[in-house]
Design a protein around this ligand. Structure first.
Ligand SMILES: Nc1nc2c(ncn2[C@@H]2O[C@H](COP(=O)(O)OP(=O)(O)O)[C@@H](O)[C@H]2O)c(=O)[nH]1
Ligand SMILES: [Mg+2]
Length: 319
């Protein structure tokens, strides 16, 4: 730039373009600062409005980069496996089998357990969160959903025929939660574990899985139908109480089912509930077992493959 050496002259030249106010500032500043002649020509060639615009542009750029970055972070998948399900289904037994490679005697807990498991085909240790199933504390799972890449709903396959309504009520809370996640949060993969498959006469995990599926599908359809009727009769909105909590003490109580029924069970096609057409995502059924040596039947051979299907599913989703 030619202006570099000729400070005063230059400032006069730019005066016309900048107007009287700026000129007076420039002439005041130049004599005092030796740096001024070098800085000024460029700065003044831009003009205060241009500078303000440039500053604004930089600010906008910074903000959008920040927004993009935080959005990315919140949209990244969680890294944990969440174990949920009714009390006594075997969640803590599964946690201890995966983490400690053997089943420790468990006791009913009202606190969430968390531990890291190493699986043969996973590079990273897998974080497992075991949320107790007691009605008073089972909603803690809600707080852990953002951390979950996968959720396993654990069901005692040996008692599901008897407890179907209660188990379905609990599962319904989870399905509702999964179908109401904010758009920024990726939906975790869902498996329903037909656990304690060793207690079934045939002992086959596949049989346990199909039994659990049949019972839960029937019970969830019952809940959905009850809710639809409820709306038609009473003209009330569906859902509400996301926390659930009501009704578990009254298994099989139709009124309780109506209270909680409805949303979260939406299915494509006829609308009748089935896991295949559930709009909330894919549901995988797996049989599993972690028999504990408590002086029961000593079915040692079955123990080895008890969690094989679960481990395969985990490797698929956490690889
Ligand atoms: N037979 C059998 N018993 C199991 C199995 N898994 C857990 N149990 C037993 O079921 C009971 C409840 O297990 P627990 O892990 O505490 O259930 P949680 O309440 O879901 O955490 C305990 O007595 C376990 O020993 C299994 O695969 N087979
Ligand atoms: Mg437990």
């Amino acid at each position: 730039m030619e202006g570099k050496t000729e400070g005063p002259l230059d400032s006069e030249k730019y005066t016309d373009a900048l107007g009287a106010d700026t000129t007076s500032i420039i002439t005041q500043v130049i004599p005092q600062r030796s740096l001024a002649p070098e800085v000024l020509p460029f700065a003044s060639s831009l003009g205060p409005q241009d500078l303000a615009l440039a500053a604004l542009a930089v600010a906008i750029l910074l903000v959008s980069v920040l927004v993009l970055f935080t959005k990315r972070r919140s949209a990244t998948k969680g890294n944990a496996l969440l174990l949920v399900g009714p009390p006594d289904a075997g969640k803590s037994a599964i946690l201890s089998a995966l983490v400690y490679k053997h089943t420790l005697p468990t006791h009913a807990s009202l606190q969430t357990n968390s531990a890291f498991a190493t699986l043969p085909n996973l590079k990273q240790p897998l974080r497992i969160i075991d949320v107790p199933g007691h009605p008073r504390v089972r909603d803690q799972f809600w707080a852990h959903l953002p951390e979950a890449r996968a959720v396993a709903f654990v069901v005692d396959a040996s008692t599901v025929s008897r407890n179907g309504a209660r188990v379905a009520e609990h599962l319904h809370i989870l399905l509702r939660a999964l179908s109401h996640l904010p758009p920024s949060q990726p939906t975790p993969a869902l498996a329903i574990l037909a656990h304690k498959s060793d207690l079934l006469k045939a002992g086959a995990p596949a049989l346990a899985a199909s039994r659990v599926r049949t019972v839960l599908e029937r019970e969830l359809e019952r809940r959905r139908a009850a809710a639809v009727e409820g709306i038609a009769v009473e003209g009330m909105g569906s859902g509400g109480d996301l926390g659930g909590g009501v009704g578990i003490g009254r298994a099989g109580d139709d009124a309780a089912q109506e209270e909680n029924g409805g949303d979260g069970l939406e299915c494509s096609g006829s609308g009748v509930f089935s896991f295949d057409t559930w709009e909330g995502g894919e549901v995988t059924f797996l049989g599993s077992s972690t028999p504990v040596g408590k002086g029961e039947k000593g079915d040692g051979e079955k123990e080895q493959q008890g969690l094989a299907d679960l481990e395969g599913w985990l490797e698929e989703h956490f690889a």
